[in-house]
Design a protein around this ligand. Structure first.
Ligand code: ADP
Ligand code: MG
Length: 258
Protein backbone atom coordinates (compact mmCIF):
# COMPACT_ATOMS: atom_id res chain seq x y z
CA UNK A 1 0.00 0.00 0.00
CA UNK A 2 1.20 3.51 -0.74
CA UNK A 3 1.99 5.90 2.08
CA UNK A 4 -0.79 8.58 2.20
CA UNK A 5 1.62 11.36 3.19
CA UNK A 6 3.81 10.57 0.15
CA UNK A 7 0.71 10.60 -2.08
CA UNK A 8 -0.16 14.00 -0.68
CA UNK A 9 3.31 15.33 -1.45
CA UNK A 10 3.16 13.99 -4.98
CA UNK A 11 -0.26 15.61 -5.57
CA UNK A 12 0.94 18.90 -4.12
CA UNK A 13 3.99 18.82 -6.39
CA UNK A 14 1.79 18.37 -9.48
CA UNK A 15 -0.64 21.12 -8.57
CA UNK A 16 1.33 24.19 -9.72
CA UNK A 17 1.68 22.83 -13.27
CA UNK A 18 -1.94 21.72 -13.46
CA UNK A 19 -3.26 25.00 -12.09
CA UNK A 20 -1.07 27.00 -14.46
CA UNK A 21 -2.27 24.90 -17.40
CA UNK A 22 -5.84 25.57 -16.33
CA UNK A 23 -5.03 29.29 -15.96
CA UNK A 24 -5.96 29.46 -12.30
CA UNK A 25 -3.14 31.60 -10.87
CA UNK A 26 -5.02 32.70 -7.74
CA UNK A 27 -5.79 29.13 -6.76
CA UNK A 28 -2.17 28.20 -7.49
CA UNK A 29 -1.04 30.95 -5.13
CA UNK A 30 -3.53 30.43 -2.35
CA UNK A 31 -4.62 26.78 -2.23
CA UNK A 32 -2.12 25.93 0.46
CA UNK A 33 -3.15 28.73 2.82
CA UNK A 34 -6.80 27.83 2.27
CA UNK A 35 -6.01 24.13 2.86
CA UNK A 36 -4.40 24.92 6.22
CA UNK A 37 -7.43 26.96 7.20
CA UNK A 38 -9.84 24.28 5.97
CA UNK A 39 -8.02 21.66 8.06
CA UNK A 40 -8.00 23.90 11.11
CA UNK A 41 -11.65 24.90 10.83
CA UNK A 42 -12.93 21.55 9.63
CA UNK A 43 -14.24 22.74 6.23
CA UNK A 44 -15.70 20.08 3.99
CA UNK A 45 -14.30 19.54 0.50
CA UNK A 46 -17.12 21.50 -1.19
CA UNK A 47 -16.62 24.52 1.03
CA UNK A 48 -12.89 24.46 0.37
CA UNK A 49 -13.34 24.21 -3.38
CA UNK A 50 -15.99 26.96 -3.41
CA UNK A 51 -13.74 29.29 -1.40
CA UNK A 52 -10.89 28.78 -3.88
CA UNK A 53 -13.14 29.31 -6.91
CA UNK A 54 -14.58 32.46 -5.43
CA UNK A 55 -11.09 33.80 -4.86
CA UNK A 56 -10.09 33.04 -8.44
CA UNK A 57 -13.21 34.76 -9.80
CA UNK A 58 -12.69 37.91 -7.72
CA UNK A 59 -9.04 38.12 -8.74
CA UNK A 60 -9.92 37.48 -12.35
CA UNK A 61 -12.39 40.38 -12.36
CA UNK A 62 -9.83 42.77 -10.90
CA UNK A 63 -7.14 41.58 -13.32
CA UNK A 64 -9.53 42.21 -16.20
CA UNK A 65 -10.30 45.72 -14.97
CA UNK A 66 -6.60 46.46 -14.52
CA UNK A 67 -5.96 45.31 -18.10
CA UNK A 68 -8.83 47.39 -19.44
CA UNK A 69 -7.61 50.45 -17.56
CA UNK A 70 -4.23 50.17 -19.27
CA UNK A 71 -5.86 49.59 -22.67
CA UNK A 72 -8.17 52.59 -22.17
CA UNK A 73 -5.29 55.07 -22.43
CA UNK A 74 -6.99 57.45 -20.01
CA UNK A 75 -4.96 60.42 -18.77
CA UNK A 76 -3.56 59.71 -15.35
CA UNK A 77 -5.14 61.07 -12.22
CA UNK A 78 -8.20 62.55 -13.96
CA UNK A 79 -10.88 60.86 -11.90
CA UNK A 80 -13.97 61.93 -9.95
CA UNK A 81 -11.85 61.90 -6.82
CA UNK A 82 -9.69 64.74 -8.16
CA UNK A 83 -12.52 66.67 -9.83
CA UNK A 84 -13.77 69.79 -8.07
CA UNK A 85 -17.47 69.82 -8.93
CA UNK A 86 -18.02 73.17 -7.25
CA UNK A 87 -15.79 74.79 -9.88
CA UNK A 88 -18.33 74.07 -12.65
CA UNK A 89 -21.69 75.42 -11.52
CA UNK A 90 -23.33 74.59 -14.88
CA UNK A 91 -23.08 70.83 -14.35
CA UNK A 92 -24.64 68.71 -11.62
CA UNK A 93 -22.41 66.38 -9.66
CA UNK A 94 -25.13 63.73 -9.33
CA UNK A 95 -25.64 63.70 -13.10
CA UNK A 96 -21.94 63.27 -13.88
CA UNK A 97 -21.57 60.52 -11.29
CA UNK A 98 -24.54 58.67 -12.71
CA UNK A 99 -23.07 58.94 -16.21
CA UNK A 100 -19.99 57.25 -14.75
CA UNK A 101 -22.18 54.39 -13.57
CA UNK A 102 -23.07 53.71 -17.20
CA UNK A 103 -26.71 52.80 -17.21
CA UNK A 104 -28.81 53.27 -19.01
CA UNK A 105 -27.04 55.47 -21.53
CA UNK A 106 -24.27 52.99 -22.42
CA UNK A 107 -26.77 50.16 -23.00
CA UNK A 108 -28.76 52.52 -25.19
CA UNK A 109 -25.60 53.49 -27.13
CA UNK A 110 -26.07 57.08 -26.07
CA UNK A 111 -23.45 59.80 -26.39
CA UNK A 112 -22.10 62.53 -24.14
CA UNK A 113 -21.07 65.83 -25.67
CA UNK A 114 -18.98 68.17 -23.53
CA UNK A 115 -18.81 71.77 -24.68
CA UNK A 116 -17.10 74.80 -23.24
CA UNK A 117 -14.04 76.98 -23.48
CA UNK A 118 -10.53 75.67 -23.00
CA UNK A 119 -9.44 74.79 -19.47
CA UNK A 120 -12.91 74.32 -18.02
CA UNK A 121 -12.52 70.62 -17.18
CA UNK A 122 -14.10 68.89 -20.18
CA UNK A 123 -11.24 66.45 -20.69
CA UNK A 124 -10.96 65.82 -16.97
CA UNK A 125 -14.68 65.09 -16.63
CA UNK A 126 -14.76 62.88 -19.74
CA UNK A 127 -11.73 60.94 -18.49
CA UNK A 128 -13.30 60.57 -15.03
CA UNK A 129 -16.48 59.17 -16.58
CA UNK A 130 -14.33 56.80 -18.65
CA UNK A 131 -12.43 55.71 -15.57
CA UNK A 132 -15.63 54.96 -13.68
CA UNK A 133 -17.02 53.03 -16.65
CA UNK A 134 -13.93 50.80 -16.76
CA UNK A 135 -14.16 50.19 -13.01
CA UNK A 136 -17.76 49.18 -13.61
CA UNK A 137 -16.65 46.56 -16.14
CA UNK A 138 -17.13 48.53 -19.37
CA UNK A 139 -14.50 48.84 -22.08
CA UNK A 140 -13.37 52.36 -22.92
CA UNK A 141 -10.82 53.92 -25.26
CA UNK A 142 -9.68 57.49 -24.73
CA UNK A 143 -7.98 59.19 -27.66
CA UNK A 144 -7.19 62.64 -28.89
CA UNK A 145 -9.42 63.03 -31.91
CA UNK A 146 -6.48 63.94 -34.15
CA UNK A 147 -4.61 60.74 -33.15
CA UNK A 148 -7.61 58.53 -33.80
CA UNK A 149 -8.32 60.26 -37.10
CA UNK A 150 -4.74 59.58 -38.16
CA UNK A 151 -5.11 55.90 -37.28
CA UNK A 152 -8.38 55.72 -39.18
CA UNK A 153 -6.87 57.43 -42.17
CA UNK A 154 -3.84 55.14 -42.23
CA UNK A 155 -6.21 52.17 -42.06
CA UNK A 156 -8.27 53.67 -44.88
CA UNK A 157 -5.13 53.92 -47.03
CA UNK A 158 -4.23 50.25 -46.38
CA UNK A 159 -7.80 49.16 -46.99
CA UNK A 160 -8.01 47.97 -43.39
CA UNK A 161 -10.57 50.52 -42.21
CA UNK A 162 -13.33 47.91 -41.68
CA UNK A 163 -10.94 45.84 -39.53
CA UNK A 164 -10.01 48.88 -37.42
CA UNK A 165 -13.66 49.86 -37.03
CA UNK A 166 -14.39 46.30 -35.92
CA UNK A 167 -11.58 46.51 -33.34
CA UNK A 168 -12.97 49.82 -32.07
CA UNK A 169 -16.36 48.16 -31.84
CA UNK A 170 -15.12 46.14 -28.88
CA UNK A 171 -15.13 49.35 -26.85
CA UNK A 172 -18.45 50.20 -25.26
CA UNK A 173 -17.37 53.81 -25.25
CA UNK A 174 -14.87 55.83 -27.29
CA UNK A 175 -13.80 59.17 -25.87
CA UNK A 176 -12.81 61.57 -28.63
CA UNK A 177 -11.00 64.41 -26.94
CA UNK A 178 -10.90 67.79 -28.69
CA UNK A 179 -13.04 67.06 -31.69
CA UNK A 180 -12.57 70.65 -32.80
CA UNK A 181 -8.88 70.08 -33.43
CA UNK A 182 -9.56 67.61 -36.21
CA UNK A 183 -8.54 69.47 -39.34
CA UNK A 184 -10.80 70.13 -42.25
CA UNK A 185 -8.89 67.87 -44.56
CA UNK A 186 -11.43 66.05 -46.76
CA UNK A 187 -10.06 62.55 -46.32
CA UNK A 188 -9.40 63.05 -42.62
CA UNK A 189 -12.81 64.15 -41.55
CA UNK A 190 -14.54 61.78 -43.93
CA UNK A 191 -13.15 58.88 -41.85
CA UNK A 192 -14.24 60.67 -38.68
CA UNK A 193 -17.73 60.89 -40.11
CA UNK A 194 -17.57 57.21 -40.99
CA UNK A 195 -16.71 56.39 -37.38
CA UNK A 196 -19.62 58.48 -36.07
CA UNK A 197 -22.03 56.86 -38.56
CA UNK A 198 -20.71 53.37 -37.79
CA UNK A 199 -21.29 53.71 -34.05
CA UNK A 200 -24.63 55.50 -34.34
CA UNK A 201 -27.26 53.73 -32.20
CA UNK A 202 -24.86 50.83 -31.54
CA UNK A 203 -21.99 52.07 -29.36
CA UNK A 204 -21.35 55.18 -27.32
CA UNK A 205 -19.15 58.18 -28.00
CA UNK A 206 -18.02 60.82 -25.54
CA UNK A 207 -16.82 63.98 -27.25
CA UNK A 208 -15.14 67.06 -25.89
CA UNK A 209 -15.09 70.16 -28.03
CA UNK A 210 -14.25 73.84 -27.56
CA UNK A 211 -16.43 74.93 -30.49
CA UNK A 212 -20.23 75.08 -30.38
CA UNK A 213 -22.15 73.29 -33.16
CA UNK A 214 -22.45 76.59 -35.03
CA UNK A 215 -18.71 76.39 -35.73
CA UNK A 216 -18.60 72.74 -36.76
CA UNK A 217 -18.53 73.68 -40.41
CA UNK A 218 -14.86 74.28 -39.78
CA UNK A 219 -14.41 70.62 -38.76
CA UNK A 220 -16.20 68.70 -41.53
CA UNK A 221 -15.55 69.19 -45.24
CA UNK A 222 -19.05 70.29 -46.19
CA UNK A 223 -22.31 71.47 -44.69
CA UNK A 224 -24.18 68.25 -45.49
CA UNK A 225 -21.63 66.12 -43.63
CA UNK A 226 -21.60 68.55 -40.69
CA UNK A 227 -25.39 68.35 -40.35
CA UNK A 228 -25.39 64.56 -40.71
CA UNK A 229 -22.67 64.18 -38.05
CA UNK A 230 -24.44 66.51 -35.60
CA UNK A 231 -27.77 64.71 -36.18
CA UNK A 232 -26.29 61.34 -35.32
CA UNK A 233 -24.37 62.61 -32.32
CA UNK A 234 -27.22 64.50 -30.67
CA UNK A 235 -29.98 61.98 -31.34
CA UNK A 236 -29.36 60.09 -28.06
CA UNK A 237 -27.07 62.49 -26.27
CA UNK A 238 -26.48 64.14 -22.96
CA UNK A 239 -25.03 67.58 -23.56
CA UNK A 240 -22.84 69.05 -20.83
CA UNK A 241 -21.98 72.73 -20.96
CA UNK A 242 -18.83 73.66 -19.11
CA UNK A 243 -19.41 77.34 -18.75
CA UNK A 244 -16.94 78.20 -16.06
CA UNK A 245 -13.79 80.17 -15.68
CA UNK A 246 -10.72 78.30 -16.92
CA UNK A 247 -9.58 76.07 -14.07
CA UNK A 248 -5.99 76.43 -15.28
CA UNK A 249 -6.22 80.22 -15.07
CA UNK A 250 -7.92 80.04 -11.70
CA UNK A 251 -5.30 77.81 -10.14
CA UNK A 252 -2.53 79.91 -11.67
CA UNK A 253 -4.12 83.06 -10.21
CA UNK A 254 -4.55 81.39 -6.81
CA UNK A 255 -0.88 80.38 -6.84
CA UNK A 256 0.19 83.91 -7.78
CA UNK A 257 -1.81 85.36 -4.91
CA UNK A 258 -0.06 82.91 -2.62
P1 ADP B 1 -10.53 71.34 -21.07
O1 ADP B 1 -10.51 69.95 -21.59
O2 ADP B 1 -11.92 71.87 -20.88
O3 ADP B 1 -9.69 72.27 -21.89
P2 ADP B 1 -9.11 70.19 -18.84
O4 ADP B 1 -10.04 69.12 -18.40
O5 ADP B 1 -7.92 69.76 -19.62
O6 ADP B 1 -9.89 71.34 -19.63
O7 ADP B 1 -8.65 71.02 -17.55
C1 ADP B 1 -7.44 71.76 -17.51
C2 ADP B 1 -6.69 71.41 -16.23
O8 ADP B 1 -7.42 71.86 -15.11
C3 ADP B 1 -6.49 69.93 -16.05
O9 ADP B 1 -5.26 69.71 -15.38
C4 ADP B 1 -7.65 69.52 -15.17
O10 ADP B 1 -7.35 68.37 -14.39
C5 ADP B 1 -7.83 70.74 -14.31
N1 ADP B 1 -9.25 70.93 -14.01
C6 ADP B 1 -10.18 71.53 -14.79
N2 ADP B 1 -11.37 71.58 -14.18
C7 ADP B 1 -11.20 71.00 -12.98
C8 ADP B 1 -12.06 70.74 -11.88
N3 ADP B 1 -13.35 71.13 -11.91
N4 ADP B 1 -11.55 70.10 -10.81
C9 ADP B 1 -10.25 69.74 -10.78
N5 ADP B 1 -9.38 69.96 -11.78
C10 ADP B 1 -9.84 70.59 -12.87
MG1 MG C 1 -9.47 69.24 -23.21
Amino acid sequence: MSDPSTDLQIDAARLPVMLTTLRLPSIARHWHTFATRADREGWGAARYLAALCEHELTDRASRRIARHLVAAGLPRGKTFATFDFAAVPTIRKAQILSLGAGDPWIEQAGNILCFGPSGTGKTHAAAAIGHALVEGGRRVLFSRTTDLVQRLQAAHRDLSLPALLARLDRFDCLILDDLGYASKDQAETAVLFELIAERYERKSLVITCNQPFSEWNAIFPNAAMTVAAIDRLVHHATILEFNAESYRKRTAAALAEG
